[in-house]
Design a protein around this ligand. Structure first.
Ligand SMILES: [Ca+2]
Ligand SMILES: [Ca+2]
Ligand SMILES: [Ca+2]
Length: 308
């Protein structure tokens, strides 16, 4: 009886250890991650980097582009183009923000899609391989890369501030954040400007389409704990899920899906921090996170992934 008990206990311990060992293994990815690094948003010193998962090499972009404060990079679905925001060299003021597109890996200079308009152009995201949705003077607009024609999604100016648009793939819906600071809420709206729908009711922002009817977003833990937390929301059944790797003691921000399970996130103040925000791979099904070999004492933020 005792022997059998020991045998069963031994098997359980063995199986549990194997499971934990397996669960704790860093998942393998191929392709590229774009991210930015700055000392402070207001320091005009942001730089864009590409991290190659295969070679684990990090490349600084745009040393000869004459563009300052580059941030918020996002790849086209085919991985051939990168859009981002920045200012022409030395133009360190809000209305100098422009939206650019660069042919990934080429020696060509990025195209400035909003050149010389003296408007604040921010938060670009590819809808498809041709069109980019972005924020211009507090409104959501869509620019066609080929001829730079612009269409409006919203047109109420700064009276109502729409930010951080993100397309729901295979639909005409756009996720975005309406309002600013603690009044920010995640909404969805059609590319035509119709069907404006509120989806969250606590300070929340940074929606990112994930899979099917699900998207990731960032919100406060509670009205008295403003640490960023990453949640998943399913529009089909209105189910809201706080992902298990969040901590109520520090910010867990800027989710960038890698696949239907893993994502890259920015953590600030966690054990082992290199300083400021650092980039980690996070598991949506456990509390496991693994640091990427790119972190520094500055802030690493705004990651996005392409498998290409
Ligand atoms: Ca501009
Ligand atoms: Ca507006
Ligand atoms: Ca850091």
């Amino acid at each position: 009886m005792k022997k059998i008990y020991k045998l069963i206990l031994g098997s359980i311990v063995f199986v549990t250890s194997v499971f934990q060992l397996h669960a704790a293994t860093v998942p393998t990815f191929y392709g590229k991650l774009v991210f930015h690094r700055y000392s402070d948003y207001d320091a005009w010193d942001s730089k864009l980097y590409l991290y190659n998962f295969t070679t684990q090499q990090t490349t600084l972009l745009g040393t000869n582009w004459k563009i300052d404060h580059m941030m918020n990079g996002h790849f086209s679905p085919d991985g051939k183009w990168l859009t981002f925001m920045g200012v022409n060299s030395g133009q360190h003021y809000g209305d100098a923000w422009d939206v650019y597109a660069w042919k990934v890996g080429s020696s060509e200079l990025p195209i400035n899609l909003t050149q010389g308009n003296n408007k604040r152009d921010e938060d670009p995201k590819f809808i498809d391989n041709q069109r980019i949705i972005f924020k211009q003077n507090g409104d959501l607009k869509i620019v066609k890369m080929t001829d730079r024609t612009i269409t409006y999604v919203t047109q109420n100016g700064w009276d109502i501030e729409e930010s951080m648009p993100y397309p729901m793939v295979n639909t005409t819906q756009i996720l975005y954040a309406k309002g600013a600071g603690n009044n920010s809420r995640v909404f969805s709206i059609d590319q035509s400007g119709a069907y404006d729908t509120q989806l969250t009711n606590i300070a929340s922002y940074y929606p990112v389409w994930w899979q099917g009817s699900r998207f990731l977003y960032v919100r406060w833990y509670s009205s008295t704990n403003a640490h960023d937390q990453i949640y998943a929301y399913d529009m089909a059944n209105k189910q809201n899920t706080r992902l298990p790797f969040n901590s109520i003691n520090y910010d867990t921000s800027d989710p960038a899906p890698l696949d239907q399970r893993y994502m890259v996130v920015s953590l600030a103040g966690q054990t082992g921090s290199r300083g400021g925000y650092d980039l980690y791979i996070a598991d949506s099904l456990s509390s496991n996170v693994w640091p990427l070999p790119v972190n520094s004492n500055l802030n690493e933020l705004g990651a996005f992934y392409t498998p290409y």
